[in-house]
Design a protein around this ligand. Structure first.
Ligand code: CFM
Length: 545
Protein backbone atom coordinates (compact mmCIF):
# COMPACT_ATOMS: atom_id res chain seq x y z
CA UNK A 1 0.00 0.00 0.00
CA UNK A 2 3.10 2.20 -0.09
CA UNK A 3 2.41 5.65 -1.39
CA UNK A 4 -0.87 4.72 -2.95
CA UNK A 5 -2.00 8.28 -2.54
CA UNK A 6 0.49 9.44 -5.12
CA UNK A 7 -0.75 6.88 -7.62
CA UNK A 8 -3.86 8.84 -8.54
CA UNK A 9 -3.51 12.30 -9.92
CA UNK A 10 -5.79 14.65 -8.01
CA UNK A 11 -6.92 16.62 -11.04
CA UNK A 12 -7.83 13.35 -12.78
CA UNK A 13 -9.69 12.21 -9.67
CA UNK A 14 -11.66 15.42 -9.65
CA UNK A 15 -12.47 15.24 -13.33
CA UNK A 16 -13.58 11.61 -13.21
CA UNK A 17 -15.69 12.24 -10.11
CA UNK A 18 -17.46 15.18 -11.72
CA UNK A 19 -17.99 13.28 -14.97
CA UNK A 20 -20.71 11.21 -13.30
CA UNK A 21 -22.78 14.28 -12.45
CA UNK A 22 -25.31 16.14 -14.61
CA UNK A 23 -23.66 19.25 -16.12
CA UNK A 24 -25.11 21.83 -13.76
CA UNK A 25 -24.22 19.85 -10.66
CA UNK A 26 -20.75 19.09 -12.01
CA UNK A 27 -20.16 22.81 -12.44
CA UNK A 28 -21.15 23.51 -8.84
CA UNK A 29 -19.25 20.59 -7.29
CA UNK A 30 -16.26 21.61 -9.40
CA UNK A 31 -16.00 24.73 -7.25
CA UNK A 32 -16.30 22.68 -4.05
CA UNK A 33 -13.63 20.11 -4.91
CA UNK A 34 -10.28 21.85 -4.93
CA UNK A 35 -6.76 20.60 -5.53
CA UNK A 36 -4.78 22.58 -2.98
CA UNK A 37 -2.03 24.99 -3.87
CA UNK A 38 -0.33 27.35 -1.44
CA UNK A 39 1.40 30.25 -3.08
CA UNK A 40 3.59 33.13 -1.96
CA UNK A 41 1.78 35.15 0.64
CA UNK A 42 -0.22 32.12 1.87
CA UNK A 43 -2.51 32.51 -1.11
CA UNK A 44 -4.83 29.50 -1.55
CA UNK A 45 -7.44 28.77 -4.23
CA UNK A 46 -11.02 29.95 -3.71
CA UNK A 47 -13.54 27.33 -2.65
CA UNK A 48 -17.32 27.44 -2.82
CA UNK A 49 -18.72 26.85 0.69
CA UNK A 50 -21.79 27.42 2.85
CA UNK A 51 -24.07 26.85 -0.07
CA UNK A 52 -27.16 24.65 -0.40
CA UNK A 53 -26.70 20.95 -0.96
CA UNK A 54 -28.34 19.86 -4.19
CA UNK A 55 -31.45 17.78 -3.43
CA UNK A 56 -30.88 14.08 -4.00
CA UNK A 57 -27.27 14.22 -2.83
CA UNK A 58 -26.48 12.11 0.23
CA UNK A 59 -24.80 14.86 2.24
CA UNK A 60 -23.03 14.46 5.58
CA UNK A 61 -24.64 17.63 6.92
CA UNK A 62 -27.05 18.17 9.78
CA UNK A 63 -29.65 20.84 10.48
CA UNK A 64 -29.90 24.25 12.08
CA UNK A 65 -31.63 22.87 15.20
CA UNK A 66 -28.66 20.50 15.65
CA UNK A 67 -26.24 23.41 15.42
CA UNK A 68 -28.13 25.48 17.97
CA UNK A 69 -29.43 23.02 20.53
CA UNK A 70 -27.11 20.11 20.01
CA UNK A 71 -23.89 22.00 19.49
CA UNK A 72 -23.76 25.41 21.13
CA UNK A 73 -26.17 25.15 24.06
CA UNK A 74 -26.36 21.39 24.56
CA UNK A 75 -23.21 20.95 26.66
CA UNK A 76 -24.23 23.36 29.43
CA UNK A 77 -25.76 21.52 32.36
CA UNK A 78 -28.03 23.92 34.21
CA UNK A 79 -29.91 25.72 31.45
CA UNK A 80 -33.05 23.61 31.18
CA UNK A 81 -33.49 22.91 27.48
CA UNK A 82 -36.84 22.13 25.93
CA UNK A 83 -37.12 20.96 22.35
CA UNK A 84 -40.37 22.25 20.90
CA UNK A 85 -41.12 19.62 18.29
CA UNK A 86 -41.65 15.96 17.52
CA UNK A 87 -39.94 13.62 19.96
CA UNK A 88 -37.31 12.40 17.49
CA UNK A 89 -35.53 15.77 17.34
CA UNK A 90 -35.10 15.90 21.10
CA UNK A 91 -34.19 12.25 21.42
CA UNK A 92 -31.54 12.11 18.70
CA UNK A 93 -29.86 15.30 19.91
CA UNK A 94 -29.64 13.91 23.43
CA UNK A 95 -26.00 13.15 24.30
CA UNK A 96 -25.18 11.33 21.04
CA UNK A 97 -22.37 13.86 20.71
CA UNK A 98 -20.88 12.62 24.00
CA UNK A 99 -20.56 16.07 25.50
CA UNK A 100 -19.66 15.50 29.13
CA UNK A 101 -20.12 17.58 32.25
CA UNK A 102 -18.97 17.51 35.85
CA UNK A 103 -21.30 19.08 38.44
CA UNK A 104 -19.48 20.49 41.47
CA UNK A 105 -21.25 18.12 43.89
CA UNK A 106 -23.58 15.17 43.42
CA UNK A 107 -26.43 17.48 44.47
CA UNK A 108 -25.57 20.24 41.97
CA UNK A 109 -28.05 20.95 39.21
CA UNK A 110 -27.51 18.86 36.11
CA UNK A 111 -30.21 18.58 33.46
CA UNK A 112 -28.08 16.74 30.94
CA UNK A 113 -29.37 13.28 31.80
CA UNK A 114 -32.83 14.45 30.66
CA UNK A 115 -34.21 14.89 27.13
CA UNK A 116 -37.05 17.38 27.44
CA UNK A 117 -39.47 17.83 24.59
CA UNK A 118 -43.01 19.01 23.94
CA UNK A 119 -43.51 15.82 21.89
CA UNK A 120 -45.69 17.53 19.26
CA UNK A 121 -48.50 15.44 17.81
CA UNK A 122 -50.76 15.83 14.77
CA UNK A 123 -53.29 17.79 16.82
CA UNK A 124 -50.78 20.54 17.57
CA UNK A 125 -49.50 20.59 14.01
CA UNK A 126 -53.06 21.42 12.95
CA UNK A 127 -54.24 23.63 15.82
CA UNK A 128 -50.93 25.10 17.02
CA UNK A 129 -48.43 24.06 19.65
CA UNK A 130 -48.06 27.15 21.84
CA UNK A 131 -50.44 25.87 24.52
CA UNK A 132 -48.47 22.67 24.81
CA UNK A 133 -45.21 24.61 24.99
CA UNK A 134 -46.52 26.78 27.83
CA UNK A 135 -47.67 23.67 29.69
CA UNK A 136 -44.21 22.14 29.19
CA UNK A 137 -42.48 25.23 30.59
CA UNK A 138 -44.83 25.28 33.59
CA UNK A 139 -44.21 21.59 34.21
CA UNK A 140 -40.45 22.04 33.96
CA UNK A 141 -40.50 24.95 36.42
CA UNK A 142 -42.65 23.04 38.92
CA UNK A 143 -40.41 19.98 38.77
CA UNK A 144 -36.93 21.44 38.43
CA UNK A 145 -36.95 25.14 39.52
CA UNK A 146 -34.33 26.11 36.91
CA UNK A 147 -32.68 29.53 36.72
CA UNK A 148 -32.87 29.55 32.96
CA UNK A 149 -34.88 27.80 30.28
CA UNK A 150 -34.01 27.60 26.60
CA UNK A 151 -36.70 26.71 24.05
CA UNK A 152 -35.52 25.26 20.75
CA UNK A 153 -37.63 25.32 17.60
CA UNK A 154 -37.74 22.40 15.17
CA UNK A 155 -38.94 22.44 11.53
CA UNK A 156 -42.69 21.93 12.12
CA UNK A 157 -42.79 24.73 14.69
CA UNK A 158 -41.66 27.20 12.05
CA UNK A 159 -44.01 25.76 9.47
CA UNK A 160 -47.10 26.09 11.65
CA UNK A 161 -45.99 29.50 12.92
CA UNK A 162 -45.85 29.05 16.71
CA UNK A 163 -44.49 32.23 18.31
CA UNK A 164 -41.91 30.73 20.64
CA UNK A 165 -40.57 34.16 21.60
CA UNK A 166 -43.99 35.34 22.77
CA UNK A 167 -44.32 32.19 24.87
CA UNK A 168 -40.87 32.82 26.38
CA UNK A 169 -41.81 36.43 27.26
CA UNK A 170 -45.12 35.39 28.78
CA UNK A 171 -43.51 32.67 30.88
CA UNK A 172 -40.79 35.03 32.05
CA UNK A 173 -43.37 37.61 33.17
CA UNK A 174 -45.29 34.93 35.00
CA UNK A 175 -42.14 33.59 36.69
CA UNK A 176 -39.90 36.54 37.51
CA UNK A 177 -36.36 35.45 38.27
CA UNK A 178 -36.33 32.72 35.66
CA UNK A 179 -34.64 33.65 32.40
CA UNK A 180 -36.69 32.13 29.57
CA UNK A 181 -35.42 32.55 26.02
CA UNK A 182 -36.28 30.91 22.73
CA UNK A 183 -34.33 30.13 19.59
CA UNK A 184 -35.67 30.33 16.03
CA UNK A 185 -33.43 27.48 14.99
CA UNK A 186 -35.90 25.54 12.86
CA UNK A 187 -33.99 22.76 11.13
CA UNK A 188 -34.47 24.18 7.65
CA UNK A 189 -33.11 27.66 8.56
CA UNK A 190 -29.96 28.20 6.54
CA UNK A 191 -28.16 25.47 4.65
CA UNK A 192 -26.65 23.46 7.53
CA UNK A 193 -25.95 23.40 11.26
CA UNK A 194 -23.88 26.54 10.76
CA UNK A 195 -27.01 28.69 10.71
CA UNK A 196 -28.01 27.25 14.08
CA UNK A 197 -24.64 28.24 15.55
CA UNK A 198 -25.28 31.84 14.54
CA UNK A 199 -28.83 31.82 15.95
CA UNK A 200 -27.48 30.42 19.23
CA UNK A 201 -24.66 32.98 19.42
CA UNK A 202 -27.09 35.85 18.94
CA UNK A 203 -29.48 34.79 21.67
CA UNK A 204 -26.77 33.90 24.17
CA UNK A 205 -25.32 37.35 23.54
CA UNK A 206 -28.58 39.31 23.87
CA UNK A 207 -30.27 37.33 26.65
CA UNK A 208 -27.54 35.70 28.73
CA UNK A 209 -24.03 37.21 28.67
CA UNK A 210 -23.75 40.37 30.75
CA UNK A 211 -26.50 39.78 33.31
CA UNK A 212 -24.14 39.56 36.28
CA UNK A 213 -21.05 41.71 36.78
CA UNK A 214 -19.41 39.53 39.45
CA UNK A 215 -16.02 38.24 38.30
CA UNK A 216 -14.66 34.85 39.33
CA UNK A 217 -11.59 34.85 41.51
CA UNK A 218 -8.28 34.57 39.72
CA UNK A 219 -5.59 36.81 38.31
CA UNK A 220 -5.53 35.64 34.70
CA UNK A 221 -9.12 35.06 33.73
CA UNK A 222 -10.23 34.14 30.24
CA UNK A 223 -13.08 32.37 28.43
CA UNK A 224 -12.72 29.51 25.98
CA UNK A 225 -15.19 29.78 23.14
CA UNK A 226 -16.01 26.81 20.93
CA UNK A 227 -14.91 23.96 23.20
CA UNK A 228 -17.73 21.51 23.87
CA UNK A 229 -16.17 18.87 26.09
CA UNK A 230 -16.60 15.94 23.74
CA UNK A 231 -15.19 12.85 25.42
CA UNK A 232 -13.83 14.98 28.27
CA UNK A 233 -11.69 17.40 26.21
CA UNK A 234 -12.62 20.35 28.43
CA UNK A 235 -11.55 18.46 31.56
CA UNK A 236 -8.06 18.05 30.14
CA UNK A 237 -7.88 21.71 29.10
CA UNK A 238 -9.04 22.74 32.59
CA UNK A 239 -6.32 20.55 34.11
CA UNK A 240 -3.59 22.17 32.04
CA UNK A 241 -4.86 25.73 32.51
CA UNK A 242 -5.03 25.30 36.24
CA UNK A 243 -1.53 23.85 36.36
CA UNK A 244 -0.24 26.94 34.57
CA UNK A 245 -2.03 29.29 36.98
CA UNK A 246 -4.72 30.41 34.55
CA UNK A 247 -8.40 30.75 35.41
CA UNK A 248 -11.01 29.71 32.87
CA UNK A 249 -13.97 31.92 33.68
CA UNK A 250 -16.40 30.22 31.34
CA UNK A 251 -16.21 27.71 28.54
CA UNK A 252 -18.81 28.07 25.81
CA UNK A 253 -20.08 25.59 26.44
CA UNK A 254 -18.30 22.41 27.55
CA UNK A 255 -18.63 21.68 31.26
CA UNK A 256 -20.21 25.10 31.82
CA UNK A 257 -22.88 26.65 33.99
CA UNK A 258 -25.38 29.45 33.53
CA UNK A 259 -23.63 31.48 36.26
CA UNK A 260 -20.39 31.39 34.27
CA UNK A 261 -22.17 32.48 31.09
CA UNK A 262 -23.88 35.51 32.60
CA UNK A 263 -20.64 36.89 34.04
CA UNK A 264 -18.35 35.86 31.16
CA UNK A 265 -18.01 39.50 30.05
CA UNK A 266 -15.91 40.19 33.17
CA UNK A 267 -13.02 38.05 31.85
CA UNK A 268 -10.05 39.72 30.17
CA UNK A 269 -9.64 37.53 27.13
CA UNK A 270 -11.63 35.28 24.82
CA UNK A 271 -9.82 32.48 23.04
CA UNK A 272 -11.52 30.57 20.25
CA UNK A 273 -11.13 26.83 19.70
CA UNK A 274 -13.80 26.22 17.09
CA UNK A 275 -13.91 29.31 14.93
CA UNK A 276 -16.88 28.21 12.87
CA UNK A 277 -19.41 27.73 15.62
CA UNK A 278 -18.71 30.73 17.81
CA UNK A 279 -16.65 33.49 16.21
CA UNK A 280 -19.81 35.65 16.25
CA UNK A 281 -19.92 35.73 20.06
CA UNK A 282 -16.25 36.70 20.31
CA UNK A 283 -16.75 39.55 17.87
CA UNK A 284 -19.84 40.81 19.66
CA UNK A 285 -18.24 40.58 23.12
CA UNK A 286 -15.27 42.56 21.86
CA UNK A 287 -17.49 45.31 20.47
CA UNK A 288 -19.71 45.55 23.51
CA UNK A 289 -17.27 44.91 26.37
CA UNK A 290 -13.81 45.44 24.87
CA UNK A 291 -12.61 41.85 25.35
CA UNK A 292 -9.92 40.96 22.82
CA UNK A 293 -9.93 37.57 21.17
CA UNK A 294 -7.59 35.32 19.28
CA UNK A 295 -7.65 31.79 17.92
CA UNK A 296 -6.01 28.95 19.82
CA UNK A 297 -6.09 25.19 19.40
CA UNK A 298 -5.80 22.52 22.05
CA UNK A 299 -5.94 19.64 19.57
CA UNK A 300 -2.37 18.40 19.18
CA UNK A 301 0.36 18.56 21.81
CA UNK A 302 2.45 21.11 19.90
CA UNK A 303 -0.62 23.28 19.27
CA UNK A 304 -1.55 23.04 22.94
CA UNK A 305 1.91 24.24 23.95
CA UNK A 306 1.73 27.06 21.41
CA UNK A 307 -1.73 28.09 22.63
CA UNK A 308 -0.66 28.13 26.28
CA UNK A 309 2.35 30.26 25.39
CA UNK A 310 0.17 32.72 23.53
CA UNK A 311 -2.30 33.04 26.40
CA UNK A 312 0.56 33.56 28.87
CA UNK A 313 2.15 36.13 26.57
CA UNK A 314 -1.15 37.98 26.35
CA UNK A 315 -1.24 38.42 30.12
CA UNK A 316 2.47 39.17 30.02
CA UNK A 317 3.23 38.17 33.62
CA UNK A 318 6.72 36.75 34.06
CA UNK A 319 5.73 34.23 36.76
CA UNK A 320 2.87 32.99 34.61
CA UNK A 321 5.17 32.66 31.61
CA UNK A 322 7.75 30.74 33.65
CA UNK A 323 5.16 28.42 35.12
CA UNK A 324 3.64 27.80 31.67
CA UNK A 325 7.06 26.81 30.32
CA UNK A 326 7.53 24.44 33.24
CA UNK A 327 4.16 22.78 32.58
CA UNK A 328 4.89 22.43 28.87
CA UNK A 329 8.26 20.84 29.56
CA UNK A 330 6.77 18.38 32.01
CA UNK A 331 3.87 17.42 29.79
CA UNK A 332 5.88 17.24 26.57
CA UNK A 333 8.33 14.80 28.13
CA UNK A 334 5.46 12.35 28.60
CA UNK A 335 4.01 13.09 25.16
CA UNK A 336 7.34 12.71 23.35
CA UNK A 337 8.08 9.32 24.86
CA UNK A 338 4.86 7.91 23.39
CA UNK A 339 5.04 9.94 20.19
CA UNK A 340 8.49 8.73 19.15
CA UNK A 341 7.58 5.09 19.52
CA UNK A 342 4.32 5.44 17.61
CA UNK A 343 5.71 7.73 14.96
CA UNK A 344 8.24 5.08 14.02
CA UNK A 345 5.34 2.78 13.13
CA UNK A 346 2.90 5.28 11.59
CA UNK A 347 5.27 7.44 9.57
CA UNK A 348 4.08 7.90 5.98
CA UNK A 349 0.61 6.48 6.48
CA UNK A 350 -2.26 8.44 5.02
CA UNK A 351 -5.48 9.88 6.34
CA UNK A 352 -8.53 11.69 4.98
CA UNK A 353 -10.75 13.74 7.28
CA UNK A 354 -14.28 14.97 6.67
CA UNK A 355 -15.77 16.61 9.73
CA UNK A 356 -17.99 19.59 10.60
CA UNK A 357 -16.39 22.99 10.59
CA UNK A 358 -13.10 22.85 12.47
CA UNK A 359 -11.90 19.37 13.33
CA UNK A 360 -10.91 18.48 9.77
CA UNK A 361 -8.26 21.14 10.25
CA UNK A 362 -7.27 20.69 13.89
CA UNK A 363 -6.79 16.94 13.72
CA UNK A 364 -4.38 17.18 10.80
CA UNK A 365 -1.89 18.52 13.32
CA UNK A 366 -2.30 15.49 15.58
CA UNK A 367 -1.74 13.16 12.64
CA UNK A 368 1.31 15.14 11.53
CA UNK A 369 2.78 14.67 15.01
CA UNK A 370 2.98 10.92 14.36
CA UNK A 371 4.20 11.39 10.80
CA UNK A 372 0.91 10.75 9.02
CA UNK A 373 -0.05 12.63 5.89
CA UNK A 374 -3.44 14.16 5.15
CA UNK A 375 -4.27 13.46 1.53
CA UNK A 376 -7.80 14.90 1.60
CA UNK A 377 -9.89 16.92 4.00
CA UNK A 378 -13.11 18.84 4.02
CA UNK A 379 -15.74 20.47 6.13
CA UNK A 380 -19.44 19.72 6.14
CA UNK A 381 -20.60 23.27 6.70
CA UNK A 382 -17.68 25.64 7.18
CA UNK A 383 -17.53 28.97 5.38
CA UNK A 384 -14.80 30.25 3.08
CA UNK A 385 -12.94 31.89 5.97
CA UNK A 386 -12.49 28.51 7.68
CA UNK A 387 -10.87 27.19 4.50
CA UNK A 388 -9.04 30.23 3.19
CA UNK A 389 -8.57 32.37 6.32
CA UNK A 390 -10.35 35.41 7.68
CA UNK A 391 -8.66 37.62 5.15
CA UNK A 392 -11.38 36.63 2.65
CA UNK A 393 -14.21 37.81 4.93
CA UNK A 394 -14.80 41.06 3.02
CA UNK A 395 -15.10 39.11 -0.26
CA UNK A 396 -17.71 36.61 0.89
CA UNK A 397 -20.92 37.08 -1.04
CA UNK A 398 -23.94 37.11 1.27
CA UNK A 399 -26.69 35.06 -0.32
CA UNK A 400 -30.39 34.79 0.55
CA UNK A 401 -29.81 31.83 2.86
CA UNK A 402 -27.25 33.68 4.98
CA UNK A 403 -29.34 36.83 5.01
CA UNK A 404 -32.04 34.76 6.67
CA UNK A 405 -29.99 34.75 9.88
CA UNK A 406 -29.96 38.01 11.75
CA UNK A 407 -26.70 39.96 11.93
CA UNK A 408 -26.93 41.86 15.23
CA UNK A 409 -25.94 45.50 15.39
CA UNK A 410 -23.68 45.76 18.42
CA UNK A 411 -22.54 48.93 20.15
CA UNK A 412 -20.15 49.39 23.03
CA UNK A 413 -21.75 49.23 26.46
CA UNK A 414 -22.12 52.71 27.95
CA UNK A 415 -20.76 51.76 31.37
CA UNK A 416 -19.10 48.41 30.99
CA UNK A 417 -16.97 48.78 27.86
CA UNK A 418 -13.39 48.44 29.01
CA UNK A 419 -10.54 47.83 26.58
CA UNK A 420 -8.27 45.24 28.22
CA UNK A 421 -5.21 46.59 26.45
CA UNK A 422 -4.58 50.13 25.27
CA UNK A 423 -4.23 50.80 21.56
CA UNK A 424 -0.54 51.42 22.06
CA UNK A 425 -0.10 48.09 23.87
CA UNK A 426 -1.93 46.26 21.11
CA UNK A 427 0.13 47.97 18.41
CA UNK A 428 3.30 47.02 20.24
CA UNK A 429 2.20 43.39 20.57
CA UNK A 430 1.20 43.20 16.92
CA UNK A 431 4.50 44.70 15.83
CA UNK A 432 6.26 41.85 17.62
CA UNK A 433 4.20 39.26 15.77
CA UNK A 434 1.26 38.76 18.14
CA UNK A 435 -2.02 38.43 16.25
CA UNK A 436 -5.58 39.13 17.33
CA UNK A 437 -8.81 38.14 15.57
CA UNK A 438 -6.77 35.65 13.62
CA UNK A 439 -7.73 32.51 11.80
CA UNK A 440 -5.79 31.54 8.76
CA UNK A 441 -7.94 28.60 7.73
CA UNK A 442 -7.28 25.01 6.88
CA UNK A 443 -5.95 25.15 3.33
CA UNK A 444 -2.79 27.05 4.13
CA UNK A 445 -1.74 24.22 6.45
CA UNK A 446 -2.45 21.50 3.91
CA UNK A 447 0.04 20.01 1.51
CA UNK A 448 0.41 20.88 -2.11
CA UNK A 449 -2.12 18.93 -4.20
CA UNK A 450 -4.06 17.65 -1.22
CA UNK A 451 -7.76 17.41 -2.01
CA UNK A 452 -10.06 19.86 -0.26
CA UNK A 453 -13.71 18.86 -0.57
CA UNK A 454 -16.57 20.93 0.81
CA UNK A 455 -19.87 19.25 1.75
CA UNK A 456 -18.64 15.88 0.60
CA UNK A 457 -21.24 13.26 -0.21
CA UNK A 458 -21.55 9.50 -0.14
CA UNK A 459 -20.72 8.97 -3.79
CA UNK A 460 -17.58 11.08 -3.58
CA UNK A 461 -16.47 9.27 -0.42
CA UNK A 462 -16.77 5.92 -2.20
CA UNK A 463 -14.73 7.23 -5.10
CA UNK A 464 -12.09 8.59 -2.76
CA UNK A 465 -11.77 5.24 -0.97
CA UNK A 466 -11.40 3.43 -4.29
CA UNK A 467 -8.87 5.84 -5.71
CA UNK A 468 -6.60 6.40 -2.72
CA UNK A 469 -7.38 3.72 -0.16
CA UNK A 470 -6.20 5.89 2.77
CA UNK A 471 -4.86 4.09 5.84
CA UNK A 472 -7.58 5.63 7.96
CA UNK A 473 -10.67 7.79 7.49
CA UNK A 474 -11.99 10.26 10.04
CA UNK A 475 -15.62 11.28 9.74
CA UNK A 476 -18.94 10.58 11.47
CA UNK A 477 -21.45 7.85 12.13
CA UNK A 478 -23.08 8.15 8.69
CA UNK A 479 -19.78 7.28 7.03
CA UNK A 480 -18.44 4.80 9.55
CA UNK A 481 -19.79 1.48 8.32
CA UNK A 482 -19.39 2.09 4.61
CA UNK A 483 -15.72 2.82 5.23
CA UNK A 484 -15.17 -0.16 7.52
CA UNK A 485 -16.89 -2.55 5.11
CA UNK A 486 -14.30 -1.52 2.55
CA UNK A 487 -11.56 -2.72 4.87
CA UNK A 488 -10.43 0.72 5.95
CA UNK A 489 -10.30 1.72 9.62
CA UNK A 490 -12.52 4.59 10.56
CA UNK A 491 -12.40 6.94 13.54
CA UNK A 492 -15.35 9.12 14.40
CA UNK A 493 -14.13 12.59 15.13
CA UNK A 494 -17.48 13.91 16.28
CA UNK A 495 -18.17 11.56 19.18
CA UNK A 496 -14.70 9.96 19.38
CA UNK A 497 -16.26 6.46 19.35
CA UNK A 498 -16.56 5.96 23.11
CA UNK A 499 -13.12 7.44 23.78
CA UNK A 500 -11.43 10.66 24.79
CA UNK A 501 -10.17 13.10 25.73
CA UNK A 502 -8.15 13.90 22.61
CA UNK A 503 -7.39 17.52 23.52
CA UNK A 504 -4.32 18.76 25.34
CA UNK A 505 -1.31 16.63 26.26
CA UNK A 506 -3.04 13.61 27.78
CA UNK A 507 -5.45 13.75 24.86
CA UNK A 508 -2.65 13.66 22.32
CA UNK A 509 -1.25 10.52 23.97
CA UNK A 510 -4.70 8.90 23.86
CA UNK A 511 -5.05 9.79 20.21
CA UNK A 512 -1.63 8.54 19.09
CA UNK A 513 -2.31 5.19 20.77
CA UNK A 514 -5.76 4.88 19.26
CA UNK A 515 -4.60 5.66 15.73
CA UNK A 516 -1.64 3.31 16.06
CA UNK A 517 -4.02 0.56 17.15
CA UNK A 518 -6.44 1.22 14.29
CA UNK A 519 -4.01 1.50 11.39
CA UNK A 520 -2.22 -1.64 12.53
CA UNK A 521 -5.24 -3.74 13.21
CA UNK A 522 -5.37 -6.66 10.81
CA UNK A 523 -9.11 -7.18 11.26
CA UNK A 524 -9.86 -4.61 8.55
CA UNK A 525 -7.85 -6.53 5.99
CA UNK A 526 -10.15 -9.48 6.55
CA UNK A 527 -13.33 -7.54 5.89
CA UNK A 528 -15.16 -8.16 2.70
CA UNK A 529 -17.98 -5.79 1.83
CA UNK A 530 -21.29 -7.65 1.35
CA UNK A 531 -21.68 -6.21 -2.13
CA UNK A 532 -18.41 -7.78 -3.24
CA UNK A 533 -19.87 -11.27 -2.99
CA UNK A 534 -23.49 -10.26 -3.73
CA UNK A 535 -23.36 -7.89 -6.70
CA UNK A 536 -27.12 -7.33 -6.52
CA UNK A 537 -26.43 -5.20 -3.42
CA UNK A 538 -24.42 -2.64 -5.35
CA UNK A 539 -26.15 0.24 -7.08
CA UNK A 540 -25.44 2.62 -9.89
CA UNK A 541 -26.58 6.17 -10.43
CA UNK A 542 -29.77 6.84 -12.35
CA UNK A 543 -28.45 9.75 -14.35
CA UNK A 544 -25.68 7.60 -15.65
CA UNK A 545 -27.67 4.78 -17.22
FE1 CFM B 1 -17.03 23.21 15.97
FE2 CFM B 1 -17.57 21.15 17.29
FE3 CFM B 1 -16.68 21.15 14.76
FE4 CFM B 1 -19.11 22.07 15.26
FE5 CFM B 1 -20.38 19.67 14.97
FE6 CFM B 1 -18.78 18.77 16.94
FE7 CFM B 1 -17.92 18.85 14.44
MO1 CFM B 1 -19.80 17.18 15.12
S1 CFM B 1 -18.81 22.83 17.17
S2 CFM B 1 -17.65 22.78 13.95
S3 CFM B 1 -21.18 21.63 14.67
S4 CFM B 1 -15.64 21.60 16.53
S5 CFM B 1 -20.85 18.52 16.66
S6 CFM B 1 -17.90 19.61 18.76
S7 CFM B 1 -17.67 17.34 15.88
S8 CFM B 1 -19.71 18.58 13.33
S9 CFM B 1 -16.04 19.61 13.48
Amino acid sequence: MADQHTAVDQEAFKEETLAKYPAKLAKKRGKQIIVNKVEGDDQVPEILANTRTTPGILTMRGCSYAGCKGVVLGPTRDVLQITHGPIGCGFYSWLTRRNQTRPATPESVNFMPYAMSTDLQEDEIIFGGEKKLKAAVEEAIALFHPKAIGIFSTCPVGLIGDDVHAVAREMEEKHPGINVFAFSCEGYKGVSQSAGHHVANNKVFTDVVGLDDTPKEGKFRFNILGEYNIGGDAFEIERIAEKCGLTIHSTFSGNSTYEEFISAHTADLNVIMCHRSINYLAEMMEKKFGIPWFKINFIGADSSAKSLRKIAAFFGDSDLIAQTEKVIEEEMAKVNAVREEIKARCQGKTVALFVGGSRAHHYQELFAEIGMKTIAAGYEFAHRDDYEGRKVLPDIVVDADSRNIEELKVESDATRYRPRKSEAEIAKMEASGFSFRDYEGMMKDMGEKALVIDDMNHYEMERLLDAYHPDIICAGIKEKYVVQKRGIPMKQLHSYDYMGPFAGFEGAINFYKEIDRLVHSSVFKMTKAPWESSPELSASYGWND
